[in-house]
Every structure is written in C-alpha cells, then in structure tokens.
Design a protein around this ligand. Structure first.
Ligand code: URA
Length: 435
C-alpha cells in the first residue's frame, strides 16, 4: 500500500487512485494520522488533475464510510432534501425546507457552513439565538419524526471526513473542483437517509462553476452517483450572476427568508426558485405533476403554513422564536454605509463573487478554519441587474461592525457593479433541469 506521500505524488502526476488508496487517505485524515498540510496538498492535486468517475464514486463511498448512514425507515413518508452547490445570498434552504415540510414531505437536511465566498445554511441558522445545529442521531430522528423537518450540521457521526475537508477546502482555494464538490455533497446526502434529492447547481460569477458546460458536468456527475445508490435525483442549473434576493450575510438572510415566508418580500428570484425546487421535491415524493405540486406549494406559502413550520422547526431545535416573530429585536450591526452609483445607466452586471468576498471581509465568513463568523454583518443589494440608476443613487448598503472593514467592503461592492447605456436582456433564473 502506498504512503500518503506516494498517494499525493501519484495524483499530482495525473495517476488514477485505487479504492484502497483513496480509502486509506480519507480514513487516516479523519483519524488525524494524515495532517492538514498533506491533505491540502492532495486536494490541490485533485483540483489540477481531476478524478475518473470510478475515483469519484470511491471517494464519495470512503467519505460516507467515516460515519454512519442514517436509517429513517421507521419514520413514515417520503424523505427528500435539496442541496445547493453554493452561491451568494442563497437562502433558498431556509424557505424551501419548511415549505416542503408544510406540503407533507419529510425533510431531513444536513447542511454546510460558508465555503469560500459563498454563505452556508448552518452559519445562517446559527445566527438565530439558541438554535442548535449539532444534533445527535437520536435527536435528528426525533425532530424529524415530530415536526417533519430537521436542519442539522455534519457531526462526528454524519460524514466526519467532509466536516474536516470542507473546512480545509474553504481556506485553501480548493473548492472549485467537480470531484471534490460531488463527493462532498453526495456523501452527506446519501448518509442522511433520503429517498429523493433536488440539486441546485449554481452557474455564474458567484458560483463555483462559471460556465453552463462546467455546471452541467457537475450536475450529471452528482445525478449519476445518486442514481447508483437508488435515489431519485433531479438537478437544476440556476443563475448566480447576481446575488439572490437583496440580502447577503447570515442574520440578514434569515430575515429576508422570514419575509418571504410571511409573504412580505418582493425578492422575486428567491420566491420563484424556492417554489420551483420545493415543487420538484413534492413531485418526486408524491408522483404528482409539477403543475399540481406547484399549486400545493403556492398555497402552503400564501396561507402561512410554511411560516408556521419554520417557527416550529426553530423551537424544536432550541431556537428563540421571538426573534423570528420580531426580527427587529436583534441587535443590528454598528455601522451602515451606502454604496452610491458613480455613474448613471442601467445596472448591467454585478460581480457576485465580489459581493460574497465583501461579506467575508466584514467577518460574515471565514478566512481561516478557526474564525468565528459575525452574524449581523452583510450587504443589502438595493439595485439589481436591469435597474436604471443615476449618479449618487444607493446601489447597496454595507452593514459592518468595523469601520476599516466597512471601507474595504464599500470599495469591493462599488467595483462589483457594471453599467451600460442600454437595458440588458434578463437572464433566465432557471436554465435547465437534468434528471
Ligand atoms: N456544498 C457542499 O456541501 N460541498 C461543496 O463542496 C460545495 C458546496
């Protein structure tokens, strides 16, 4: 058997690793025998050399093998989940999970933290005072059985390898890799005990996949791995060429989600995407058409059932629901600065990567593994693509707890906006469905 050094070297030089070699590296890393510096080097080798389909499958299987595969067969009903490959302002899970549960789907969701410039559902949920994301398997099952929804972080029991690898990739610029994203997402999803999975594969300047062809390749790999495990899997390619909705930043995104659930938001992109992906989950579980499933979803959103389910979930996981009922109770960031238009014209493009990095630099994401995120900082995207602005108009707001960081973020966000004299053509939010 090769040593970790030899395995890294083999991948660096474009070799194909055996099941045993991959298994050894993953289990030794999880147990602490392989240090972060060797694993970082291996991840960079995978980033540059890629992996064959068989290696991806073995990598996914080895990751799953570091924890347990949860058996939810004692809980009646179809269990379905959604996972996004990561975006800016992507708060869809916070809306979709209670919405699907309100339509009768059981939603066991294992989510991640912020990764690179993208936000993570767990960081958002943890901004709710008291909310617990580290649940034992027993608590996970009990919560799902009683409320029909559970939103949990990876633990020592659920794919601990990904918990470590995810944090390492976040700070070593090794996220944008089809094999690493596929194995990270699918190992978690296959371990959580679901029957059906909807994947939201983001494409654009705020996504890890910049082109439709890359995103399609990633979607196809994930669908293939899921189907090999007998799951119903559908992937959507969706636009990430501007932040989703108006808010980026952990607590700010929770508040925007609450507004959508209460029917108080004008964030059309967030609403459309949440409803479509939820309808797909309902359709996969019920066998009903998308049209019929969409009618159920629309009703559960407009009659308040999804909002009530969100409150129930927050309470079940120890969160203080008074902050959901009265978000203004939450202490705000100390400073809010305006980002003003430096020219007139139509907003032609917004570099979502820049907006995401502004949030990270404000303290809303991590630069190193040990960083603690600041829940209240973030960016409000006031003007979106296609809007006409004049010099001096407010394009965005930067919410900060540190004046120096705010200055940097204002420049970053100002630089993210591009203008044109003519109104740009609207991009399709939902580009393709891959089943
Ligand atoms: N989400 C994950 O869980 N893993 C990735 O690698 C990217 C997005």
């Amino acid at each position: 058997m090769l040593t970790p050094y030899e395995i890294i070297r083999k991948k660096r030089d474009g070799g194909t690793l055996s099941r045993e070699e991959i298994g050894l590296l993953i289990s030794s890393y999880t147990s602490g025998d392989v240090p972060d510096y060797q694993m970082s080097s291996f991840l960079m080798a995978v980033y540059f050399s890629g992996m064959s389909d068989e290696e991806i499958l073995n990598f996914t299987q080895s990751m799953m093998g570091t924890g347990i595969v949860i058996d939810l067969s004692a809980i009646p009903g179809c269990k379905a989940d959604k996972h996004s490959t990561g975006g800016v302002g992507d708060k869809i899970s916070l809306i979709l999970a209670p919405l699907a549960a309100a339509c009768g789907v059981k939603v066991p969701m294992v989510s991640g933290r912020g990764l690179g410039h993208t936000g993570g559902t767990i960081d958002k949920l943890e901004s709710i005072p008291g909310f617990r994301t580290r649940l034992s398997i027993e608590e996970y099952k009990r919560t799902l059985a009683s409320t029909g929804i559970v939103m949990s972080a990876q633990s020592d029991e659920i794919v601990p390898a990904d918990r470590k690898l995810y944090a390492l990739r976040d700070v070593t610029a090794t996220v944008e890799s089809i094999p690493l994203i596929t194995s990270s997402i699918m190992s978690k999803k296959l371990a959580e005990g679901i029957d059906a999975l909807v994947l939201d594969v983001k494409v654009g300047n705020g996504a890890f996949m910049k082109t439709v062809s890359e995103a399609k390749a990633l979607a196809k790999k994930m669908v293939k791995v899921g189907k090999l495990y007998g799951k119903q899997v559908v992937a959507y390619l969706t636009d990430m060429n501007q932040p989703l909705g108006h808010e980026a930043g952990n607590w700010r995104e929770v508040v925007e989600s609450i507004r959508v659930l209460r029917g108080e938001s004008d964030a059309h992109d967030v609403i459309e995407l949440s409803k479509t992906l939820t309808a797909e989950m309902v359709s996969l579980c019920s066998g009903d058409s998308m049209k019929k499933s969409m009618e159920r979803v629309t009703q559960a959103l407009s009659n308040g059932a999804a909002y009530e389910k969100f409150i129930e979930m927050v309470k079940a996981q120890g969160g203080d629901s008074s902050f959901i009922e009265n978000p203004e109770k939450y202490p705000p960031a100390r400073f809010t600065f305006e980002v003003q238009a430096r020219q007139s014209g139509y907003v032609h493009a917004i570099d979502s990567f820049g907006v995401g990095m502004a949030v990270v630099k404000l303290g809303g994401g991590r630069r190193k593994v040990s960083d603690v995120v600041d829940p209240v900082v973030g960016v409000t995207v006031v003007s979106k693509i296609g809007e006409k602005v004049s010099t001096g108009d407010v394009l965005a707001l930067v919410h900060a707890n540190d004046k120096d960081a705010a200055g940097l973020a204002v420049e970053e966000v100002a630089g993210a906006y591009k203008f044109s004299g003519a109104k740009p053509k609207a991009a399709n939010l939902i580009k393709e469905r891959i089943a």
